[in-house]
Design a protein. Structure first.
Length: 77
């Protein structure tokens, strides 16, 4: 069975912008984990959102993931 996802106009990403050097930071107790962003997504409503990928390869907004804390420029960039 194929699942179809529907997006509102505000959720549609109309352009991808490279996010080299940016990471999403997640907290698990006192531990911080950093994951490289794969891109910035420009939505049709003008909002720019960070995009990362999970271990299965699904790309999404890290702000919607449990443990998300912030987005920051990677050290040394």
């Amino acid at each position: 069975m194929t699942e179809t996802m529907e997006f509102t106009a505000q959720e549609q990403i109309v352009q991808l912008i490279p996010a080299d050097g940016w990471v999403a930071v997640y907290k698990d107790g006192d531990t911080e984990v950093r994951a490289a962003l794969v891109a910035w997504g420009l939505r049709s409503d003008g909002e720019v959102v960070p995009l990362d990928t999970d271990p299965s390869g699904t790309v999404g907004d890290p702000r919607e993931t449990a443990g998300f804390d912030r987005v920051e420029r990677a050290v040394g960039r």
